[in-house]
Write a protein that binds this ligand. Structure first.
Ligand code: G1P
Length: 264
């Protein structure tokens, strides 16, 4: 089993739900109390043993790129004041790479943009909008499961049937409570068409085989290139499992989730 070393963070969304706040500030840089949303996601990846952070950005996200760079002036000033506690909070001692998605063609397309940076090895995808509160952290548990089972591992949660249209949904082959084996995946089905209510939430560990299908650039639900469809197409070669997340997820892509996350 190859080690999961790289994580892809699609951060090219426009964040229109948070306008006017996100006119000049990337939505991933909005803070939950004192830390940008994206930093929670990066820290979760590092805790799971990820060594390479890959951002898929777009125009207007340079503040995010600066946030994950060293800041010599600030570091010198903090050092001079003996503020090692603050230095600790701002240091970036891991490898960061950025690439761009020049057109918003969907999540699958965003992940495909990182293909050359990922190469031929398993990798994680983290959607920072989904803020996961749990101990141990969600991705760490998924890496553990991946090391046992291999294949693709996606984090899942049971949602009310009327909400299936917002998620990728598993067609369940077997379910032992913690691990759900999938025999199919459908992106954003209507409640009537959904094969189950087990839905993908924003954490994935994927075989590089998904890139073979993303290469075809096929459009799916909403006219977008969907990651769910590419994962579904790998399933005849790569078994796919859902890890039922044990903890609380805050959908920080919505204003309500964002406020709840701040309160929590
Ligand atoms: C994306 C995925 C979907 C997944 C969801 C989790 O949808 O396409 O399969 O269930 O993230 O948050 P989006 O929220 O970008 O519409």
């Amino acid at each position: 089993m190859q080690k999961v070393r790289k994580a892809v963070f699609p951060v090219a969304g426009l964040g229109t739900r948070f306008l006017p706040a996100t006119k000049a500030i990337p939505k991933e840089m909005l803070t939950i109390v004192d830390k940008p949303l994206i930093q929670y996601a990066v820290e979760e990846a590092l805790e799971a043993g990820i060594e390479d952070i890959i951002f898929v950005t777009c125009r207007g996200k340079s503040v995010l790129e600066d946030h994950f760079d060293s800041s010599p002036e600030l570091e010198r000033a903090l050092l001079a004041k003996g503020r090692n506690d603050l230095l600790e909070k701002i240091k970036v001692n891991y490898h960061v790479a950025c690439t761009r998605q020049s057109e918003p063609k969907g999540l699958g397309h965003a992940v495909w943009c990182a293909k050359n940076l990922v190469g031929d090895e398993p990798f994680a995808v983290i959607l920072a909008d989904d803020l996961m509160l749990s101990n141990p952290p969600c991705l760490k548990e998924m890496v553990k499961l991946y090391n046992e089972l291999g294949g693709n591992v996606v984090a899942v949660e049971d949602v009310p049937r009327e909400q299936t249209y917002k998620y990728g949904i598993l067609d369940v082959e077997s379910d032992n409570g913690k691990v759900v084996k999938a025999k199919g995946l459908v992106e954003k089905p209507t409640p009537e068409e959904a094969p189950s209510t087990v839905s993908i939430i924003g954490r994935y560990i994927l075989s590089p085989k998904v890139f073979e299908y993303l290469d075809k650039q096929e459009r799916g639900a909403g006219g977008e290139i969907q990651l769910t469809d590419a994962i579904a197409q790998t399933m005849s070669h790569v078994p796919s499992y859902g890890y039922r997340f044990q903890g609380t997820r805050y959908d920080c892509g919505s204003r309500k989730g964002f406020v709840l996350a701040n309160a929590a």
